[in-house]
Structures are given as C-alpha cells and as structure tokens.
Ligand binder design. Structure first.
Ligand code: 4NP
Length: 172
C-alpha cells in the first residue's frame, strides 16, 4: 500500500458513512461487480448504515444499461445479483464521494483529469492497492473481450480486494 493510499485511508476517520465510488471504463463489468461484492460484504456484517457504495464509468457507451450479461451470470453463480444501471462519472462525484477507486491505470488517469480541484485528485486510488502482497496482478484486467476465465479472474480479484478494503476501512 503506497503512502498516498495510507493518507487517504487515514482521512476517512471523519467520514460517517464512508462513501465509496468504484470506476472502470464501461461501468458494465468491473465496477458494478466491485459495487455488488462490497455491498454483499457490508450486508454480511449488518453494516449498511456505515457505507454508501456506487459505481460509474469514464465512458458513456452503455448509460442506463444493466451490467454485461456475462458478468451478471458469473456473479450470480457466487450468489450476487448485479442490478446497477450504468452511469458516467461526473465532476460532482468528487464532492459526493470520499474515495474513488479505479480498476486500472487508464481509469486513474481519466479520473485525475476529471478532478475539479487538485485536492480532489487525492481521493483517487487504485483497486490494486487492496490486493494481497503476493498477488500476480497490479490492476483489474478488462474482461469485455475475454472468455469466461476473464470474468472469473475479475470476480476473484474483486472479492479479495473488497474484503481487504472492508477490513482496512471498518477498523479505522
Ligand atoms: P468495464 O468493461 O470497463 O469493466 O465495464 C468494458 C465494458 C465495455 C467496453 C469496454 C470495457 N466497451 O468498449 O464497450
């Protein structure tokens, strides 16, 4: 975990509830899955009052759509129903959310460009910051042009990262 992530997590002390936005490119595969995975962990801990969780995309290709059918099927096999409707990330999200988590480096670059104030860039961090130290990955790969393995890999990475995120933030 890098220094700016540790500082960002430290600032969440004053945030009740903690407001988390997950961001990817299309908002139909990775980020709505991250939203569903973290909401499920929060529900298992009966901790809904302490969290606001949403997702959005940097692109505008799928606005209004449910998550990609393949992602919904793979998530359902793990007991997760993904019902988010795609939306594009906007400047006002930097006011609304305490922490904005990108799935890959391109998401992070686009988010930093969108940040209305230099201070707001400090809310942006990478999902990989919550991967285990032994992970072979340093980003959440885009599964859109991949087969079933790509969707399973994304869900494995997100389930590990969201559990680490939940434990780190809720023990703050
Ligand atoms: P996501 O995947 O960023 O994980 O939602 C993608 C979904 C759609 C497209 C690209 C990536 N697309 O080009 O339409």
């Amino acid at each position: 975990m890098n220094k700016s992530t540790i500082e960002l997590l430290g600032r969440l002390h004053e945030c009740h509830p903690v407001k988390v936005l997950f961001v990817c490119l299309g908002n139909i595969c990775r980020s709505p899955a991250a939203e569903g995975v973290l909401k499920d962990i929060v529900a298992q801990h009966h901790d809904e009052a302490n969290w606001i969780i949403d997702s959005a995309g940097t692109g505008d290709y799928h606005i209004g759509d449910l998550p990609d059918h393949r992602m919904r099927v793979h998530a359902r096999q793990r007991g997760l129903e993904l019902n988010h409707h795609c939306r594009q990330v906007k400047e006002y999200d930097f006011q609304k959310f305490d922490i904005i988590i990108g799935m890959d480096e391109s998401n992070m670059v686009n988010l930093r460009r969108l940040a209305p104030m230099p201070e707001d860039e400090k809310k942006v961090m990478a999902m990989s910051q919550f991967f285990s130290d032994t992970s072979r990955y340093d980003y959440v790969p885009d599964p859109y042009y991949e087969g079933a393995e790509g969707f399973e890999l994304v869900l494995n990475l997100l389930q590990e990262a969201c559990l680490n995120l939940y434990n780190k933030i809720s023990s703050k």
